[in-house]
Design a protein around this ligand. Structure first.
Ligand code: UDX
Length: 437
């Protein structure tokens, strides 16, 4: 099929490449000239495992191009809307200006029978509003919502082999003409057995925010248990192992630590609360306020634990933060708990050096006042304390004996509960975890 993908960020660039991989002719459209230039020469404008290799493989096929010119959407059958919906400044609600301007810019190029497919995470009701704009311009075009569930760091495989496909169509019916077109778009994952659900527009929009709210709740639940474990002298990792063996609960997303961050979970739960308020259903989501509060409390708790680890004062202490990205295998630092903790420590008088395998350039743009050191050995040398805040494999695999020879004081706080505390203690380290005795 002929496909356009509007917005080439973490979602759209991967989606465009994966659509081409599935055999479609794809044009990716973005206003950012640098991003388009990079993608056009098969360079990933951000770090996402497998993306650059995929772009390079596709170069020879001629099926994938990128442009800043929206008129190149004309002649395509399916238009995916993949632009960002960040949190509004000073408010909980989502900023829909990118979605609205993408669709408005696309309108002149929509042709009879075209499909406009929303993938961005939007407040419920947005798809209906956009569908009116689209049908005023071209009555035979269809607006559908097809939420994206990809995880950064696994975006390529999540897009090519999704857990499920959700099609939100105007009447919620299997017989809607858009269903056949989307089935053709996704014929490869469907043939591989990917479950596919057809819903109405508001249900499809809500599926995404409900899924992210559930994940955020699961993480905050275990972090609340970590608070209790700390108070009671228990171990939250063993607790998670034990409750996770119950099939109904499951062990995934029960890792206590410094909490969730990134460009999705934090802003999505806030936008969900804001939208519930507009709909007069705010009571239904007041628990998400607590989920958010537990999550943010983790950050101040880590600052406190670091102070304790440093003999009750942060003043002048050289602290090395291992990890800046909001999660491993990503260079994304949006709402990264690691960076937020690093900045708070610095504000409280510590001398903070941050290292990360991929995210330092993005981190330096957000927090230019912190010191950054790409070389791990140089970063830890003469440190008074180490903080593991993003669980990259290179930090999980650190040898406590080797690294001890570099630091001034062998003290470490494992903010992700991924290190073997016995091993580190046996090597002479003062070791702190989260929610562990
Ligand atoms: C999330 C959803 O998982 C994805 O389905 C959706 O499409 C977009 O939002 P992502 O933001 O890429 O994806 O990251 P995710 O893997 O969900 O992690 C989010 C945050 O939670 C990270 O900061 C991670 O470190 C943290 N986390 C995750 C925990 O603190 N504990 C866990 O057990 C799991």
């Amino acid at each position: 099929m002929r496909v356009s993908v509007i917005g080439c960020g973490y979602l759209g660039a991967v989606h465009a490449a994966c659509m081409a991989k599935l055999g479609h002719d794809v044009v990716g459209i973005d206003l950012d000239e640098r991003k388009v230039a990079a993608l056009s020469s098969a360079k990933a404008p951000f770090y996402e495992p497998g993306l650059e290799e995929l772009l390079q493989d596709l170069q020879e096929t001629g099926r994938l191009s990128f442009t800043t010119d929206m008129s190149e959407a004309s002649g395509q059958d399916v238009h995916f809307i993949c632009v960002g919906t960040p949190q509004k400044k000073g408010e909980n609600a989502a900023d829909l200006s990118y979605v609205n301007s993408a669709v408005t810019a696309l309108l002149p190029f929509i042709e009879p029978g075209n499909l406009i497919v929303g993938k961005s995470t939007v407040p419920v009701g947005t798809a209906f509003h956009l569908s009116k704009l689209v049908s005023e311009r071209e009555p035979s075009a269809h607006t559908v919502w097809n939420p994206e569930f990809l995880r950064e760091g696994h975006a390529v495989s999540d897009t090519l082999n999704p857990d499920r496909l959700v099609y939100g169509v105007a009447d919620g019916s299997e017989d809607h003409p858009a269903v056949t077109i989307l089935d053709e778009v996704y014929s490869t994952p469907l043939a591989a057995g990917t479950p596919r659900l057809v819903t109405d527009l508001p249900t499809a929009e809500l599926v995404k925010t409900a899924a992210n709210s559930f994940l955020a709740t699961k993480i905050s639940f275990i972090n609340a248990m970590a608070e209790l474990c700390e108070a009671a002298g228990a171990d939250v990792t063993r607790l998670a192992d034990a409750i996770g063996l119950d099939d109904r609960i499951g062990r995934k997303f029960l890792n206590a630590g410094i909490g969730f961050g990134g460009g999705c979970l934090p802003k999505d739960i806030r936008a969900f609360m804001a939208r519930a308020g507009e709909l007069g259903a705010d009571q239904a989501l007041t628990f998400l306020r607590e989920v958010d509060a537990i999550n943010m409390r983790r950050r101040s708790r880590v600052v406190e634990l670091t102070r304790q680890l440093c003999d009750d004062t942060l003043l002048g202490k050289r602290i090395t933060v291992l990890g800046a990205a909001f999660k491993p295998e990503s260079d994304d630092v949006r709402d990264s708990p690691a960076l937020s903790i690093a900045a708070q420590l610095q504000l409280q008088g510590a001398v903070v050096t941050v290292t990360d395998p991929k995210a330092l350039a993005n981190a330096a743009m957000r927090f230019p006042e912190l010191q950054y050191e790409p070389d791990l050995e140089a970063a830890v040398t003469k440190a008074d304390a180490l903080l593991l805040l993003t669980e990259w494999n290179s930090y999980r695999d650190l040898d406590p004996h080797e690294i001890r020879t570099l630091v001034t004081s062998p003290r470490i706080l494992d903010g992700r509960n991924v290190l073997d505390s016995e091993k580190w203690r046996a090597a002479g380290w003062t070791f702190r975890g989260i929610g562990r005795a």
